[in-house]
Design a protein around this ligand. Structure first.
Ligand code: HXC
Length: 515
């Protein structure tokens, strides 16, 4: 009896050792040669030292249909901690059949997804995969379906994070695209539904993997990637940083973190942030970094639709989601990409109990056929819908411009934000002085001997009467006009009293956001 046990212990050690080698030394060297870490090295960097507990290390594929059977079947799964909080993770091993996804591989991922959901912890996927395992045919497709199904049902329940750390094709891109945040690594990760070879065959176009679906393309043009980093190490470190801002599930609040930044701290330089000339831009980041605890801000989608800024910070120790127009890029106008970017961010924050702070300086929606034909009506409606639907504490500060529909959309009082402050520099009106004067005084201007002089006089008159925060404050649409220097303190006090905000939701299956 003792001998049998001892034999099994030795066998277990051997089996584990075999699994640790993945696809073998040569393939591990090739992986390193491409500037990529192995699946196990990545897990070690992602999680607190020594906290990883592996599940299903001995699971193998059926090994039929011509595929070789490897222990672990090309993916490492389990759970561990990030700064002491439990997370679940899977890491695809490119050294085993290119990290391709077959039945057993998928079952392992599904098991940790199910466990993560059951216990209410985030799931983090480190993707490095050639997609559906060709030798497993329709079983591989079925295997992807099981993952997609779980991604959708975990959405809004636990945070789901995807790191793209290699070539990810076909099914390997759809699961990440359903998750909340996609990280990519420069030069080693690609995402496409159909790769360069298929592009060449179908539309006879030569294109490199980098041009088709590299980190640059997805972080700047398509908006698929929320974060991009130069290498695996920095990417995994950033995931840990993101997790620190988030609650583990939709029933919890984000962890409180005191950065020893006094809540009552004022910043007199903010009184001079907005330039006297309304056509002059300034950098909204100055305000963001000034008000947040410890000047710490994790920007999401920082290379995409830069006319709007979204990201996480803390106020008085509490995580907040921040949405701010950026007057330094396209004058902070709302366009298709900016609307989509902010809408998705707002919905994430709302799903995970993260209060929203909105800093407004928006001249309006971007005019022109390109935007109209591209669907600014339905994209702008996404943002309108997302803010209106959000039931977390919602606070708005109008810094400068807040014109027309864009004013309404940017978390205004009229779509039921909780508290709306304005700086004395705020301009709240239907149209800007020029546009408004040209319409309402058109006849007078046309008939004048000096039309330009009359227009200027009318603009001045309009500016005096309409372009300020006081008309809206008199109506109660603005709760208070605040000193810019005092913004941080006012926001923290407001968040404190909104903490116990209750929500009522209509009785329905779900709304129908204009997707
Ligand atoms: C089985 C695969 C594989 C796959 C790669 N391999 N992809 N095995 N199924 N899908 C294996 C290779 O045979 C090779 O095995 C090893 O992984 C490394 O692959 P290489 O081609 O040598 O590496 P590299 O040159 O870096 O190219 C990586 C790659 C390329 C770009 C990912 O392998 C590739 O294009 N693969 C196929 C991509 C694809 O079309 N997938 C199916 C998508 S359809 P050895 O033994 O030689 O080391 C799909 C359907 C789901 O996913 C749709 C749901 C919506």
């Amino acid at each position: 009896m003792v001998e049998i046990n001892h034999h099994n212990i030795l066998s277990l050690a051997k089996m584990r050792d075999h699994a640790y080698k993945g696809g073998g030394t040569d393939r591990i060297e090739a992986q390193h040669g491409r500037g990529k870490l192995t699946a196990r090295e990545r897990i070690d960097l992602l999680l607190d030292e020594g906290s990883f507990e592996e599940i299903d290390i001995l699971k193998v594929g059926r090994g039929d249909l011509g595929s070789t059977s490897y222990p672990g079947d090309g993916v490492i799964t389990g759970h561990g901690k990030i700064n002491g909080r439990e997370v679940f993770a899977f890491s695809q091993d490119f050294t085993v059949m290119g990290g391709s996804l077959g039945e057993a591989h998928s079952q392992k991922i599904c098991k940790v997804m199910d466990l993560a959901r059951r216990v209410g912890s985030p799931i983090i996927g480190l993707n490095d995969s050639g997609g559906a395992r060709i030798q497993e045919g329709v079983d591989a497709l079925a295997a992807y379906g099981e993952i997609f199904h779980r991604n959708v049902h975990a959405s809004g329940v636990i945070p789901q994070i995807s790191c793209m750390m290699g070539p990810c094709a076909g099914g390997a891109v759809y699961s990440p695209s359903i998750t909340d945040f996609v990280f990519m690594v420069e030069r080693t990760s690609y995402m496409f539904v159909t790769g360069p070879n298929v592009v060449k065959t179908v539309i006879h176009k030569d294109i490199t993997a980098e041009e088709l679906g590299g980190a640059g393309v997805h972080s700047e043009k398509s908006g698929v990637a929320h974060f991009v980093y130069p290498n695996d190490i920095l990417c995994l470190r950033a995931v840990r940083q993101l997790i620190n801002y988030l609650p583990s599930n939709n029933k919890q609040k984000a962890p409180f973190l005191d950065l020893n930044d006094p809540p009552e701290r004022t910043d007199p330089t903010l009184d001079y942030l907005v330039p006297p000339n309304p056509n002059q831009s300034y950098d909204m980041n100055v305000l963001i970094y000034s008000i947040l605890d410890g000047a710490e801000f994790l920007e999401v989608h920082s290379h995409f639709a830069r006319n709007i800024i979204c990201g996480f910070g803390r106020l008085g120790g509490q995580t907040i989601g921040l949405v701010a127009n950026q007057p330094a890029v396209l004058a902070g106008v709302l366009d298709n990409d900016a609307s989509f970017k902010a809408a998705r961010f707002v919905r994430f924050c709302d799903a995970f109990n993260i209060p929203l702070i909105c800093l407004v300086d928006v001249p309006g929606f971007m005019p022109g056929p390109e935007q109209e034909h591209g669907g600014i009506i339905r994209h702008g409606a996404k943002l309108l819908y997302a803010f209106t639907e959000a039931s977390v504490p919602r606070i708005t500060v109008i810094v400068r411009k807040a014109y027309g529909g864009a004013y309404l959309v940017m978390n205004s009082k009229h779509i039921h934000c909780d508290i709306n402050y304005a700086w004395p520099t705020a301009e709240i009106a239907v149209l800007g002085p020029r546009g408004a004067s040209e319409i309402i005084y058109r006849k007078e201007i046309d008939q004048a001997a000096d039309p330009e002089a009359v227009l200027n006089a009318k603009m001045e008159q309009y500016r005096k009467h309409y372009v300020n925060p006081f008309v809206a404050a008199k109506r109660g649409y603005i709760d208070d006009v605040i000193f810019p220097s005092d913004t941080r303190h006012r926001l923290i006090r407001t968040l404190q009293f909104l903490e116990s905000k209750g929500t009522t939701r209509p009785d329905r299956k779900h709304g129908n956001i204009p997707l």
